[in-house]
Design a binder for this molecule. Sequence first.
Ligand code: LFR
Length: 500
Amino acid sequence: MSTFAAVDLGASSGRVILGRLDDGALVTEEVARFPNAPVAVPAGRRTTLHWDVLRLYDAALAGLRRAARTHGPPATVGIDSWAVDYGLLDADDALLGNPVHYRDRRTAGTPERVFAHVPAPELYARTGVQVQPFNTIFQLAAAAGTAQLAAARRLLLVPDLLGYWLTGVQVAEVTNASTTGLLDPTARAWAPDVAAALRAAFGVPVADLLPPLVEPGTVVGPVRPAGLEGAGAGLDGAALVAVASHDTASAVAAVPAERPDFAYVSCGTWSLVGLELDAPVLTEASRAANFTNELGLDGTVRYLRNVMGLWLLQESARTWAEEQGEDVDLPALVAAAARVPALTCVVDVDDPVFLPPGDMPGRIAAAAAAGGQRPPAGPAETTRCILDSLALAYRRAVRQAAELADREVGVVHLVGGGVRNTLLCQLTADATGLPVVAGPVEGAALGNLLVQARAAGALAGGLPELRAVVAASTVTRRYVPAGDAAAWAAAERRLFAVPA
Ligand code: LFR
């Protein structure tokens, strides 16, 4: 019986998860979990926030080797991670420094500098990507003129970089590449005109840096980690499969939807809220609402908006833990938040002020006060404010996506770590006025494994068949809308100045 190994890298931890098919269901086992903590170091006069990508590679490889020792070499390996960030290689294919974290402040103000050369409407019409300061295109513009970029000959997004180290093969998997702002989502190909514009404006030779694109399901090559040839890595026979390497693309592929009229909330550090479509929506209204057209498995488009997500709670918990000198008991905090009345205080979670690390409760209180509300006092009220505000942002994103894409939505699927937050699940049902089906928690890893299983010939069919496997492998929980529907509508009108 073949086993498949998913390396799933999130913003705060990485995992190696093994899967095998048993009677139409995917049986999984977490074989390794390791922290992923950003590291800030000085670079000249400023401080740069990095990912520790060598440590991540080492931990992922150690997990794969441990799995191979106990279960035999997996048939295939697949890697997914967060999007947009990249490593640069020099002419000898050596890594030029640690990748910069998307929460680094170097891109503040860069989108505007790019739009001075390529107007935002033109860029959106070509690439369909929401404006986030950290989009790869803006990171490259911000890095223009640096010695590092001058020495660069190749750009590899994080999963592709690890894949290169495992196989020696350099590719760009298309779901992740679609977040760069350098890709044409209709053609599912790099946009040469966008690359040329960036070169003309900033001197960055983008087209030369980008590797060939591959669709998920492509076998990249045999796993032969460098330095282990002699000793043998214990991974003989394993092949690297390009999965839907953007974690959100894998998570959406693993939404156990049974009907076509679903919306999804992929909820972890970020909440990605939207619809699965057959074609991008590149209208001016869509741009104004900052929806993105990222690519999904099997020719699909993930039409969604980034909502700031559980980052607000994670970063608040980090602040409180520093203040009190011990870890925060999150389940107890969420239970206390459940006793705070609904919608006492809500903030726009997508305000860019919440993006960088730092004192989150302070920023939330300041935003509440600036909006004329009594700021939440203490952890329970702040947690309630975060969860109500997230649910409100989900309501707004689901409704806007449906309107902009001209679709009906009958159910919201919530996948990812947020599934464990039962209060958030219930609030999502209350706020959207739609039933919420919550699960699986490890959506990205399941989506990763399913694409491997299909590439290995152990599964057949398209997204409906893959989703049926998820449904057979997961216990989901259903939440029905309760609470005061009018209060959510009023809160949306108040916060986002939506006409009645
Ligand atoms: C979620 C995610 C989002 C992306 C953000 C930054 O983990 O991949 O989809 O916008 O991280 O890369």
